[in-house]
Design a binder for this molecule. Structure first.
Ligand code: DAH
Length: 343
């Protein structure tokens, strides 16, 4: 009994000397003294060995010890919590946060979105089709005769020969898919990726992006085609840009024309992009060939239409003066990051 009382005094001494300033130290204290296997529990357990006549007095000592340990724990708790509070008070909440890098849109996406939104204001809807196509939608329906050079293995990536499955070589295949499913009036814009078997260089790539347009209704004329594309170019490049149409040939349009705009890189003075002509070709277009309309059961004596197809990379090159096509697919962040903030 005497020994026990002395032991308790020693414990008190030990406890008085504890200084805990961290949460871990506080927890260590709690486990050591107040835990289920802690010292306090042990000491309490001694009660059963105390003779009956001393139980009352010893009970008081134990109780006092318990309160002592608990009071110490509370004061330690306050001391560590207080340290946290002090840190909070000195923390400057008005400091700028650390820099979080944000992603950027790819320049081709930016330009495609711009083109699409211009045509949307004219009432064009967006249509999309598969990148893997059959011969009919990519060639046959678009009036490309069997022996047309564009069908040559050199230009087209064939996935399967018979029946022919291929990677679409142009977004004109989406025209076919739209005419298959819709009746005139039709007014769609079709953005997408196309593939051609070309050696990769600064000026050519085995895949690139096009935007196709198709407008079919009664009384659609070549004047509508010109006016629509003229409006587009002005919205895209500004009022100062000049355009010219050159007669051309496409199997799916008759008559056909290519459209050039005045070179924005050199202000038409002559540079590599315009090959020193002052003009840059940006799209092919024409009046939809009656055979194409008839392929989809559209009455070509009642309906006429125009179509066009443009390369997104070319427009992007003019907008951002990027002169190596490979940059668009290399995913070099130093290139991509230059378009931060552009929409
Ligand atoms: N499909 C043509 C190409 O890839 C572009 C084109 C020309 C599309 C005239 C058209 C068009 O819709 O009418 O070169």
């Amino acid at each position: 009994m005497e020994a026990l009382l002395q032991q308790i005094e020693k414990y008190k001494q030990e406890i008085t000397e504890v200084e805990a300033t961290t949460a871990e130290a506080l927890e260590t204290f709690r486990i050591q003294w107040l835990g289920t296997k802690g010292t306090l529990k042990n000491v309490m357990g001694e009660m059963k060995n105390v003779p009956n006549e001393h139980k009352r007095a010893f009970g008081q000592v134990l109780n006092e010890f318990k309160l002592f340990v608990e009071a110490k724990f509370e004061s330690l708790q306050q001391a560590t919590g207080g340290a946290d509070n002090a840190a909070e008070k000195t923390f400057d909440w008005s400091l700028p946060s650390s820099f979080v890098p944000v992603g950027t849109r790819h320049p081709l996406t930016i330009v495609r979105n711009q083109i699409v939104s211009i045509f949307k204001t004219l009432g064009f809807a967006i249509a999309e089709g598969p990148e893997m196509e059959d011969d009919w939608h990519n060639f046959g329906a678009m009036n490309l005769p069997e022996d047309h050079p564009a069908r040559d293995m050199q230009d087209t990536f064939y996935i399967n020969q018979n029946p022919a499955w291929l990677l679409r070589t142009h977004t004109s295949s989406v025209q076919a898919r739209v005419m298959e499913n819709q009746k005139p009036p039709i007014r769609v814009i079709c953005p997408g990726r196309v593939y051609r078997n070309e050696t990769i260089s600064a000026r050519a790539h085995c895949f690139f992006h096009q935007i196709e347009g198709l407008y079919i209704d009664e009384n659609v004329s070549f004047a509508d085609l010109k006016q629509t594309l003229y409006f587009f170019v002005q919205e895209m490049f500004g009022k100062g840009v000049q355009v010219r149409f050159r007669p051309s040939y496409f199997p799916f349009t008759e008559p056909s024309a290519e459209m050039d705009i005045s070179c924005l890189i050199c202000d038409s003075k002559g540079c590599n992009v315009c090959k020193h002509t002052g003009w840059v070709e940006i799209l092919g277009s024409g009046m939809v060939h009656p055979k194409v309309l008839e392929n989809f059961g559209i009455d070509s004596t009642k309906y006429t239409g125009f179509a066009f197809g443009m390369g997104v990379e070319r427009i992007c090159q003019l907008k951002y003066q990027v002169n190596d096509l490979r940059l668009y697919s290399q995913n070099d962040v130093r290139f991509l990051k230059q378009f931060t903030g552009a929409m």
